[in-house]
Design a protein around this ligand. Structure first.
Ligand code: DLL
Length: 433
């Protein structure tokens, strides 16, 4: 198996610690001097850059959360002047405002580097035609994969998300050998091929690079058998860089984290204490090469375990297990991050409904659907029907433009939604994970 960057991917643990320590020291020094937010946080903890002498000192550093990015919206945590920022991306925040991330020219190059490693790790090379069906735009998926795929010299088909007929046509006509999209969309494509009576054997697909949402081993089996490909997992998040923070190799026994750029830790989300290899914890990353938006101990909210043992592929880069859960209430609907609180704020802003609502997530065939049930006054049901449908439309439009994902609105009579004695049950997720 060829590797994109054998030097870093196969480094001894001691060498890696050296690289990480040096880069961590530099990063801490840089954020202390360039990001008032971090200087203040470090001062509150009574630490100075000089206190960080090796990777062992990482536990002394403050955590960063999505809320911190939100409080400093849009560019407050940037460590370089705006003139050095060559690109921004954004992802959903917990309420109306997105989380904004920025990249210097070198960050864009780092992003391509880690995606290049990920693509090689998945078995792709310059001989492949990579159909990128992640969304292009503010979402990091499309452009992130794109630059990495160009870097390895593959033929890139930048089709972006959706448009299933066209996806299938290009799979056929361009002989795409690698498909990059969310796992749920891959299943949807498989189903559409079957409906159209197109045998998968007539396609040239061999590998799928799937991520941006949780998926299980069962789903992997289903995708692999229906598309007759090898399906590998790609993980990432905008705050850290985008896709390509970690990727599975052919062994499919966990995702190699590109830890010379992003130092992972797993912590107990309640006590914030580190947990041992093999124990489930919340994944935390410190970026040690990012220029525009370096983050110290960013709490991803994703739950996983780490494994530092060597892998049969020869890489020494630490592996994280597939992420299947989160320590917060974020939902991923067709690849789009959705927080219940975003929907709540829209409803409160409109102000024509009762404060009782519930989100119901289902899988229809292979696609996620999101229903928003909201209670309204009895009077809506006795009045002419127009009023009810006008309010439905208004809410639908407002929620869809906030979330960027389609929703089904069900206005229901008072007391329809079960009351709870403790925490309100805001989400019923019927998808099996
Ligand atoms: O989803 C980046 C990405 C694009 C990853 C394309 C892979 C492929 P965000 O929109 O910021 O970035 O969402 C990040 O998505 O914290 C996880 O909860 C979830 N996530 C991403 N990849 C996986 C995966 C992109 N392979 C959030 N398995 C993360 C499980 C994933 N969850």
């Amino acid at each position: 198996m060829t590797m994109w960057n054998e030097h870093y991917e196969c480094m001894s643990r001691e060498e890696m610690r050296e690289v990480q320590s040096q880069r961590l020291i530099d990063t801490v020094d840089r954020v202390y001097h360039n990001v008032p937010f971090y200087r203040k946080k470090m001062q509150e903890l009574g630490i100075e850059p000089g206190d960080i002498q090796s990777i062992d000192d990482i536990v002394k550093l403050p955590f960063t959360t999505k809320q911190d990015l939100r409080d400093n919206y849009p560019f407050g945590l940037f460590a370089v002047p705006k003139s050095e920022v060559v690109r921004v991306h954004a992802s959903s925040g917990t309420t109306g405002k997105p989380t904004v991330v920025g990249y210097s020219r070198r960050d864009v190059s780092t992003f391509s580097e880690v995606v290049a490693r990920s693509l090689y790790c998945a078995g792709a090379s310059k001989d492949d035609t990579i159909q990128i069906a992640y969304g292009y735009g503010l979402f990091t998926g499309g452009l992130g994969l794109h630059y990495g795929a160009e870097k390895i010299g593959a033929t890139v088909v930048p089709i972006s998300g959706g448009n299933t007929q066209k996806q299938i046509q290009l799979l056929q006509d361009f002989d795409s050998s690698v498909l990059a999209c969310t796992p749920s969309y891959a299943l949807y494509l498989a189903e559409s091929l079957e409906e159209m009576n197109i045998p998968v054997e007539s396609l040239n697909l061999k590998v799928g690079i799937f991520g941006a949402e949780p998926w299980t081993e069962e789903m992997r089996k289903q995708i692999e058998s229906s598309l007759k490909i090898k399906a590998v997992d790609i993980y990432g998040l905008s705050e850290i860089i985008g896709p390509g923070v970690a990727n599975e190799c052919h062994a499919q026994t966990g995702l190699h984290v590109w830890e010379d750029h992003f130092i992972p830790e797993t912590i107990n989300p309640d006590t914030l204490e580190p947990v041992a290899d093999g124990e489930t914890g919340e994944l935390v990353f410190t970026t040690v090469t990012k220029e525009a938006l370096p983050l110290l101990r960013y709490r991803t909210r994703d739950l996983t375990t780490l494994d530092h043992s060597p892998c049969e592929c020869g890489r020494t880069a630490v592996r994280m297990q597939k992420c299947t859960g989160r320590s917060d209430d974020m939902l991923i609907i067709r690849g789009v991050n959705v927080f219940p609180s975003q929907i709540e704020s829209v409803l409160l802003e409109i102000g024509e409904t009762k404060p009782h609502y519930q989100l119901i997530v289902n899988k229809e065939g292979t696609l996620d659907t999101l229903e928003v049930w909201v209670e309204v006054d009895d009077q809506y049901f006795s009045d002419e029907i127009g009023k009810l449908s006008a309010l439905t439309k208004k809410i639908k439009h407002a929620i869809e433009s906030t979330l960027g994902v389609s929703v089904i609105i069900k206005l229901v009579e008072p007391k329809t939604i079960a009351r709870s004695e403790g925490k309100a049950v805001r989400v019923i997720d019927n998808r099996k994970l």
